[in-house]
Design a protein. Structure first.
Length: 198
């Protein structure tokens, strides 16, 4: 499913016709590659603070890689038309600081896209999803990967990460004008799109 979600995000990026794109917390570069496919003429910079992840991105064919911390980006103000972050903001130590830094490196009128896990709003589905997230998934993951703790972290981080209107409020308070959140796959992930004011 994550490839379908990233492809959807890449189509939204293409609709902005950007020249300069920053894919922050790029990891092994899957979103950067999807954006390159959707926007072949754009210059895409892929940034992450983890060198081994950047090495994986290089092996997959991502060209312009920068080691950078999302809380102190090594780019001038107004450098990018579009900034994307997929499954990355939730893992950052300070979401508010990271959003301010995203705002700084975007040009006025530039667009940020955040793709991340969220919780379904429909109550019966939410109860079922929580059962899956906190009890079924960690056990399955332990069986398949022997790394149960990573999936326990995943469930906990999804619970505390602001979703829907709360994420839009964080963005609005830090200089963005937001579109309505786009829940995907019954709301287990969402895409947030916001334009830098000014
Ligand atoms: C779950 S991966 C997501 C990777 C990729 N965006 C994707 O869609 O698959 C999260 C990434 O966020 C990166 N990350 C976490 N905090 C960061 C920070 N403060 N600055 C830069 N990268 C960060 C991690 O190194 C990791 O590669």
């Amino acid at each position: 499913m994550d490839f379908i979600w990233r492809a959807k995000l890449a189509r939204l990026v293409a609709a902005c016709h950007p020249s300069e794109v920053l894919d922050l917390a790029t990891g092994s570069g899957d979103l950067a590659l999807a954006i390159k496919k959707a926007c072949p003429t754009a210059r895409i910079t892929a940034a992450d603070f983890c060198l081994p992840m950047l090495e994986q991105a290089r092996i997959k064919g991502v060209e312009r890689l920068v080691q950078a911390d999302g809380l102190a980006l090594p780019f001038s103000d107004g450098s990018f038309d579009v900034l994307t972050v997929a499954f990355g903001l939730r893992n950052m130590a300070d979401w508010k600081e990271a959003i301010l830094e995203m705002n700084r490196v975007l040009r006025p009128g530039g667009v940020v896209f955040i793709l991340d896990f969220s919780l379904p709003e429909w109550e019966p589905l939410l109860s079922f999803y929580r059962l899956y997230l906190h009890h079924v998934l960690p056990r399955l993951a332990h069986w398949a990967t022997q790394r149960k703790e990573a999936y326990e972290y995943l469930g906990g981080s999804i619970e505390t990460f602001p979703g829907g209107r709360k994420m839009n409020a964080l963005l609005e308070e830090r200089g963005f004008s937001c579109d309505a959140p786009r829940p995907l796959t019954l709301g287990v992930v969402s895409i947030y799109q916001a334009r830098k004011r000014g």
